[in-house]
Structure formats: structure tokens, C-alpha cells
Design a protein. Structure first.
Length: 176
């Protein structure tokens, strides 16, 4: 009988693989004209929104490394770090708004698909490195950056985050 920890890992693998398949299908569905067309999110075109979605996946590997670091020190350290990040929310919001506008020029279609697959492989590698006793470890997170995160984020929640974020934005794409 599988342990609850291995069930968590398998559920996350399945969610990540399903998201990868849907993401790749979406990227392939857009022509160059559709890529540059406005999405249903008034801030971005379809291509910019796709990069924004992919960027949430790109954050997982470095956040895993941070969580491992903060998992070995007092929670007060990550609480202080989260407070600093919360204070930097205006800067984060600017980067979060401008980053996809600039990156979507470079990561178009197949280039974004390849980048996503590299990130997906890195996430899967990180997922396999999580020990069965680590799923509830985590760190404090800047809650002002994204309401989908709680004040304290575990490894299990971190690996779920990009798929939840993806589902939030997926309906904002305008596929012709």
C-alpha cells in the first residue's frame, strides 16, 4: 500500500503532467497573429499571458532551494524574509507586469514550449528530491505577492501553486 507521502508525490506528478500537456496544446494553438492579440486579461496579449503562466512554473525550482535553506533555520528567518518581500510588493508588481511584455517578444511559440519543457523537467527533478518527511516543511511567503499562497507555504503547496495559477489564467486566453 502506498504511503500518504508517495500519494502526494504521484498526485503532483499527474497535475504537473496534465498542465504541461494543456500548456503545450495552448501554445501550439496560437498563430503569430493570435499570439499578439489581446487576451481577456486587459493587461496582456495572449503571448504575454502565456509567458506569465510559464513564469509561475519557472519560480518553483529556485523557491525549492530557498525552502530547503529556510527549512534548516528558525521560522523567524523566513518570516523576516517574507516581510522584506512584502515591503517590495510595488517593485514585484512592476516586474510581474513588465516582464511578460518583454519576454513574450523573445519566447514565442516553439521557444516558449522548449523553455517550459526545460522548466518542467527541473520541477520534476526537484519533486523527486523531496523526502517523504519534507512535505510539511516550508517557509513564510509574501502574501501580498499572490493571494493563492498562505502565510506559510509547504513543499506540497509550492508544487501545486503553478497549476492553480495556470487554471486561474487559462480562461483569460482568447484562442481563435
Amino acid at each position: 500500500m502506498p504511503s500518504p507521502d508517495s500519494e502526494i508525490r504521484e498526485r503532483l506528478r499527474l497535475e504537473l503532467e496534465q498542465a504541461r500537456a494543456v500548456f503545450q496544446d495552448l501554445v501550439a494553438a496560437f498563430s503569430q497573429q493570435g499570439w499578439d492579440a489581446p487576451s481577456q486579461n486587459p493587461n496582456w496579449t495572449n503571448g504575454q499571458l502565456l509567458f506569465h503562466i510559464a513564469f509561475a512554473f519557472m519560480l518553483v525550482p529556485p523557491l525549492c532551494r530557498l525552502m530547503r535553506l529556510f527549512g534548516h533555520v528558525s521560522r523567524n528567518w523566513s518570516r523576516r524574509f517574507a516581510a522584506v518581500l512584502n515591503a517590495s510588493t510595488p517593485v514585484f508588481n512592476r516586474i510581474n507586469a513588465l516582464g511578460p511584455r518583454l519576454a513574450a517578444r523573445h519566447y514565442r511559440g516553439e521557444a516558449l514550449s522548449r523553455k517550459y519543457d526545460r522548466v518542467y523537467a527541473a520541477i520534476r527533478k526537484q519533486l523527486d528530491l523531496i523526502g517523504d518527511d519534507e512535505w510539511t516543511r516550508g517557509m513564510h511567503y509574501p502574501v501580498r505577492w499572490d493571494p493563492r499562497f498562505g502565510e506559510y507555504v509547504t513543499f506540497a503547496e509550492l508544487f501545486r501553486y503553478p497549476t492553480v495559477h495556470f487554471e486561474h489564467h487559462r480562461g483569460q486566453l482568447r484562442v481563435a
